[in-house]
Ligand binder design. Structure first.
Ligand code: GLN
Length: 252
């Protein structure tokens, strides 16, 4: 926070909330907004749907999942804004793409029915739709973020190329596909993941990676202490841990 309590702005863009926002993904935007405020910054929240004007400033970008039909509806528009997204990614803007958008941040998604959907190539991954829909609570181990808990529901199976690292290794559930034990993809400041739930309320370390990267790039600062209210009788971290334990203990 700058002098005199004037909160420094961080522009957060949520891509396609109308069509790409299932299994609680909107919660990712709510968590980023609240944690930015608790860190002493002013979140300026933007949404973008087909036909909207693309925001002039984007410091952090997120996008959620959708049915195959939702992906069809936004696909052409996504390709049209592709140059702006590639420029943001090349400049190091932190991004989180979940499930359907994760697939379209790769090279292509071949759905079970219908033509190939070409992707943006922001992540070196490819996806093919299958008969085996992968559904259920999922737990993965990440060297960067520790244990990550979420929920997956996808027919697409994703395979990583040489320029993508997995987000983590699956300990419960399936993840990217039903062959290897990887989930998600990491490249520079981009995170792709199949995990809904929403992902960020249960995994604050990922939220703080996105926020910390945006704050450092935009304002040249490191994140300070989170000034979250202590919610009697549990602290915020205890509440988060409760949510994680509950999710991890649920049947697949
Ligand atoms: N429609 C895609 C699939 O089924 C993505 C699903 C999703 O975003 N949950 O693989």
């Amino acid at each position: 926070m700058s002098a005199a309590g004037q909160q420094k702005p961080i522009h957060v863009l949520q891509l396609y909330p109308r069509d790409m926002n299932i299994y609680g993904d909107y919660g990712n935007a709510l968590v980023l907004k609240q944690r930015l405020q608790w860190y002493g910054y002013q979140p300026i929240m933007h949404t973008y749907d087909p036909g909207d004007e693309f925001p002039e400033q984007v410091d952090l970008l997120i996008g959620g999942g959708g049915q195959d039909s939702g992906q069809d509806r936004i696909h052409q528009d996504l390709l049209q804004i592709g140059p702006q997204l590639r420029a943001l990614a090349a400049g190091g803007t932190p991004m989180l793409a979940v499930c359907g958008l994760y697939q379209l941040f790769g090279h292509y998604f071949d759905p079970r029915e219908g033509p190939r959907l070409s992707g943006l190539g922001l992540l070196d991954v490819t996806t093919v739709g299958t008969e085996n829909r992968l559904i259920g609570n999922t737990v993965i181990q990440s060297s960067e973020f520790g244990e990550i808990i979420g929920y997956e529901n996808h027919s697409g199976q994703t395979y990583l190329g040489d320029d993508a690292q997995p987000l983590g290794q699956v300990t419960l559930g399936e993840g990217n596909n039903d062959h290897d034990d990887h989930e998600g993809a990491r490249h520079q400041n981009i995170i792709g993941s199949y995990l809904h739930g929403a992902l960020l309320p249960k995994n604050p370390a990922i939220a703080d990676f996105l926020i910390g990267t945006a704050v450092e790039r935009e304002h040249g600062e490191q994140l300070g202490e989170l000034q979250a209210p202590v919610t009697a009788p549990l602290t915020l971290d205890q509440l988060t841990e409760r949510a994680r334990e509950t999710a991890a203990s649920r049947p697949r």
